[in-house]
Design a protein around this ligand. Structure first.
Ligand code: ADP
Ligand code: MG
Length: 275
C-alpha cells in the first residue's frame, strides 16, 4: 500500500449525521483501515450502541466485553478496553456494546457529562506517552444516528467533524440542525470544533438527482466537500458480514479504490488551521 506522511499532530475526527443509514460507520471503518494500511497509527472509538464499527473491524463486543461504556461511566481507562484490530496492522478499536444504549440516560446525572470521553482520551494520550508508545495519527469516532449526549461527547473530544451525505432526496434536510449543534458545541463546550470534511456516499453518477445533490452540497460547502465521492458498490455492503472492511474483502473493488482515494485526500489536506 502507498505510504502517507504523518499529520503534524493527532487528528481527532468524529463521523456524524443524525440520519441513520447514510454511511457513517462504513466511512469510519474504511477510512480508518485505509489510513492504517498506509502506515498511520489509527484509533477507532465506537460510540454507537449498535456496535457496527466494532463488528466491521472484527472486534468482539458481546455484552460482557469491556467497552466505551465502561470508559464513559468512569470505571475504566481507554487503555483497559482498547483492542488491536486483528486484520489491520496499526489499527486499534475501543468497542461499543449494547450496554451503551443505557448510557445516554445514565450520563445525564453525572458530573462533566459532556466531557467524559474527551477527558478519558486526554488521560489515554498521556498514558501512551508514559509507556513510550508512538503518537496516534488519526482518531475516528463513530457516532450514533442522534444528537444526544453520546454525540455531544464525541463533539467535545474531537477537533474535526466529518459528515457523510447520501446523495438522495432529502439529503440536505437535517443538515442545518446538525450544523447548529456543532455551532452550539463550539460556543459552549469545544471552541476548537470545526466541520472539515463532507463526503458523498452511495453516489450514483448516472442519476440526475445524485448529481444535483452533489452540486448543491458543493455550492454550500466548497471547502469541505471531498473531490472523491464513494460510489454505491455491493462489495462495500457485503464486507461487514465477513467482519472485514472492503479494503481487505475486495481491494480492487470500486468501493475500496474510492475509500483509499478519500483517505489520501483527507491526509493531503492536513490537520485544520485552528479556529
Ligand atoms: P450509518 O452508520 O450512517 O447508519 P452505514 O455505514 O451502516 O450507515 O450504512 C448503511 C447501510 O448501507 C449498510 O448496510 C452499509 O453496508 C450500506 N452502505 C454504506 N455505504 C455503501 C456504499 N457505498 N455502497 C453500498 N452500500 C453501502
Ligand atoms: Mg452506524
Amino acid at each position: 500500500a502507498r505510504r502517507l506522511a504523518r499529520p503534524e499532530r493527532t487528528r481527532v475526527i468524529t463521523t456524524s449525521n443524525q440520519k441513520g443509514g447514510v454511511g457513517k460507520t462504513t466511512t469510519t471503518v474504511n477510512l480508518a483501515a485505509a489510513l492504517a494500511r498506509a502506515g498511520m497509527r489509527v484509533l477507532v472509538i465506537d460510540i454507537d450502541p449498535q456496535g457496527n464499527a466494532s463488528t466491521a473491524l472484527n472486534i468482539p463486543h458481546a455484552g460482557d466485553v469491556p467497552s466505551v461504556y465502561d470508559v464513559l461511566l468512569d470505571e475504566m481507562e481507554i487503555q483497559d478496553v482498547v483492542q488491536d484490530a486483528p486484520d489491520v496492522d496499526g489499527l486499534q478499536v475501543v468497542p461499543a456494546t449494547i450496554e451503551l444504549a443505557g448510557a445516554e440516560i445514565e450520563l445525564v446525572s453525572l458530573v462533566a457529562r459532556e466531557q467524559r470521553l474527551s477527558r478519558a482520551f486526554e488521560r489515554y494520550v498521556a498514558w501512551r506517552a508514559e509507556q513510550g508508545q508512538e503518537r496516534l495519527d488519526y482518531v475516528f469516532i463513530d457516532c450514533p444516528p442522534s444528537l444526544g449526549l453520546l454525540t455531544v461527547n464525541a463533539f467535545v473530544a474531537a477537533e474535526e467533524v466529518l459528515i457523510p451525505i447520501q446523495a438522495e432526496y432529502y439529503a440536505l434536510e437535517g443538515l442545518s440542525q446538525l450544523l447548529k449543534n456543532v455551532q452550539m458545541i463550539q460556543k459552549h463546550l469545544n471552541s476548537r470544533l470545526q466541520v472539515t470534511t463532507i463526503l458523498l456516499t452511495m453516489f450514483d453518477a448516472r442519476t440526475n438527482l445524485a448529481v444535483q445533490v452533489a452540486e448543491e452540497v458543493r455550492a454550500h460547502f466548497p471547502q469541505q466537500l471531498l473531490q472523491t465521492a464513494i460510489p454505491r458498490n455491493v462489495r462495500i455492503s457485503e464486507a461487514p458480514s465477513y467482519q472485514q472492511t472492503v479494503l481487505t474483502y475486495d481491494p480492487a473493488s470500486a468501493g475500496a479504490v474510492a475509500y483509499r482515494e478519500a483517505a489520501v485526500e483527507i491526509a493531503g489536506r492536513g490537520a485544520p488551521t485552528p479556529l
